[in-house]
Write a protein that binds this ligand. Structure first.
Ligand code: PEP
Ligand code: MG
Length: 542
């Protein structure tokens, strides 16, 4: 038995026979005489069949996995229909290249061009180009789809999105990839489908088909040629499965304490890709959508439409459940060159988040309008980070009003979301009574609240021992924030990491917090904790 390692990209445990997906592109074999018109018609028919396949795959994906996964297929269909790509292939054929080889040559070149772009979003499109290239190649060379006829562990170098979606999910027990990244489509889809996946796995390059493999993604391990006792030991005694099974029983349950207090349990996300995890774990909403992901790692500002599409995809996927979009939180550790921000001595105390937005109204307005447009599709709330003073909130709200007017004048569909603020500076916490009169809700960012209250740089590893989120000053501020929210008739939540600290759940309930927003994989654990909690909230304002 060979015990290998990999990196867990989707948690879980499974055992079964291997089916290896070999690279489908073979070395071109010039086995026939070149006939231009034949090759052109072969290409044309491959193009049409590929389009039809993608149309069917779109419907299947939409029904099985929802809009966001289906959108991947839709985008590939658009790429397939892009005349620039198909024309380049046709031109190659006209130069005397066989259709299947023309497809590979152009596809590889296009994929490399996308991969070389600075923008990570565009780079990721390289995988989509490879995907449609392989599909066209397969059709132009008369190959059939991979059909899985038995439940198996898939092994491959890497997977492209439509390969993953084309495969029959009920037949895939787990996946081992020699390559892969945590945020590739394959990893995202594996998480969506709840299929254990190890990436960067050291799978031997030998004939693997039908050999029994156990994947223990929870422990970043796999066992090749596993015997019955290993299977029994790893699979049946996996702490992951036991915990998962136990936690799954909390799906669909209300997060209500023993004394009948309802606490909303939501998930934090950083990108639309994370929604699947939130839904899988039965989050009651998105309590924090860190919108700055759209701005990071790019060379220029995302357009209004690009932002709108990202927000709307989350809102649609959440299907009426709450989605709290936080406006841009750039600055401090989140640096973006094209913002051309000044060098600062103390960036964490510098020009960041709402401060930038209030000085760069054009940028702020573009984001607000994109959020307002997305709000028309569901239950959207918007919140501002890094508030310190009342005037900032008042000014931000004034800008929101202007956006509303401009959208109306432009005859664009939108909905005005509820507006809240993050409480993550001691100033905001102390002034929370006044701030509460201006907004619809509070969400406490305990990561920054701790940093600013304790005067400890949250990025500085050397100060870990001093970064005490349980510090009495933090707990006192937390109590004050909830009290002032309720005094003014608004709700309060916590979306910083402390919300996931189960040793404080009772304390938060006693303080009166209405919502806790945590990483998706903590949602069910937190719900269990709340359901078993005997903590009592007494409203001190009454
Ligand atoms: C926080 O500060 O607690 C928070 C949720 O925001 P971020 O971690 O993104 O700064
Ligand atoms: Mg913060």
């Amino acid at each position: 038995m060979f015990i290998g390692t990999g990196r867990c990209a989707s948690d879980g445990v499974c055992a079964g026979p291997i089916v290896e997906l070999k690279e489908t592109i073979q070395t071109p074999i010039f086995d026939r005489v070149f006939d231009e018109s034949k090759e052109l018609s072969l290409f044309d028919s491959a193009l049409q069949r590929a389009d039809k396949e993608l149309e069917e795959l779109y419907e299947k994906t939409l029904n099985n996995l929802g809009q966001e996964s289906a959108d991947i297929i839709d985008m590939q269909r658009m790429m397939l229909q892009d005349p620039d790509i198909s024309q380049a292939m046709i031109d190659k054929i006209k130069q005397g290249v066989f259709a299947k080889d023309a497809i590979i040559e152009v596809g590889k070149q296009q994929a490399a061009e996308f991969a070389a772009l600075d923008d990570p979003y565009m780079q990721a499109r390289s995988a989509d180009i490879k995907d449609i290239t392989l599909r066209l190649y397969r059709l132009a060379s008369g190959q059939d789809k991979v059909v899985l006829i038995k439940p198996c562990v898939l092994v491959s170098n890497d997977l492209i999105p439509s390969q993953t979606l084309d495969l029959d999910k009920s037949m895939i027990l787990g996946i081992l990839l020699r390559q892969g990244t945590m945020n590739s489509h394959a990893s995202i889809l594996a998480r969506t489908m709840d299929i254990p996946l190890l990436i960067n796995a050291n799978v031997p390059n030998e004939d693997l088909n039908d050999r029994i493999c156990v994947i223990d993604a929870h422990n970043n391990k796999f066992y090749l040629d596993a015997d019955d006792s290993t299977i029994a030991k790893v699979v049946t005694s996996s702490s992951y499965l036991q915990e998962k099974e136990h936690l799954a029983s909390f799906k669909g349950k209300e997060s209500i304490t023993k004394h009948g207090r309802k606490i909303k349990v939501c998930a934090n996300i950083g990108s639309p890709d994370d929604v699947e995890g939130a839904l899988l774990n039965d989050a009651e909403g998105i309590g924090l959508f860190r919108s700055e992901f759209l701005f990071l790692g790019k060379t220029t500002y995302p357009s209004a439409d690009e932002q709108f599409a990202a927000y709307a995809s989350v809102v649609r996927a959440m299907n009426g459940k709450e989605v709290i979009i936080r406006t841009l939180d750039i600055g401090a550790d989140k640096k973006v060159d094209y913002f051309e921000l000044p060098q600062e001595q103390n960036p964490a105390l510098g020009f960041r988040a709402l401060r930038i937005c209030l000085k760069r109204e054009d940028l702020f307005k573009t984001q607000i309008k994109a959020i307002y447009r997305a709000a028309a599709f569901g239950n959207v709330l918007m919140m501002f980070p890094m508030v310190t003073s009342l005037w900032e909130v008042q000014k931000a709200k004034k800008i929101c009003k202007e956006c509303e007017k401009e959208l109306l004048e432009a005859n664009i569909d939108f909905k005005v979301p509820k507006i809240g603020i993050m409480i993550e500076t001691p100033a905001a916490a102390i002034c929370s009574d006044k701030l509460a009169k201006e907004v619809d809700f509070f969400s406490v960012g305990t990561n920054d609240l701790t940093q600013y209250t304790l005067a400890i740089d949250r990025q500085n590893e050397n100060l870990d021992d001093f970064y005490d989120e349980h510090h009495e000053a933090i707990l006192e501020l937390l109590a004050l924030i909830a009290k002032n929210a309720h005094k003014n008739g608004i709700w309060a939540g916590i979306c910083g990491q402390l919300a996931a600290d189960l040793s404080l759940t009772d304390t938060f309930i006693q303080m009166g917090y209405d919502e806790l927003s945590v990483p998706a994989n903590t949602v069910l654990k937190l719900r269990e904790k709340i359901i078993n909690s005997k903590a009592i909230y007494k409203d001190e304002n009454q």
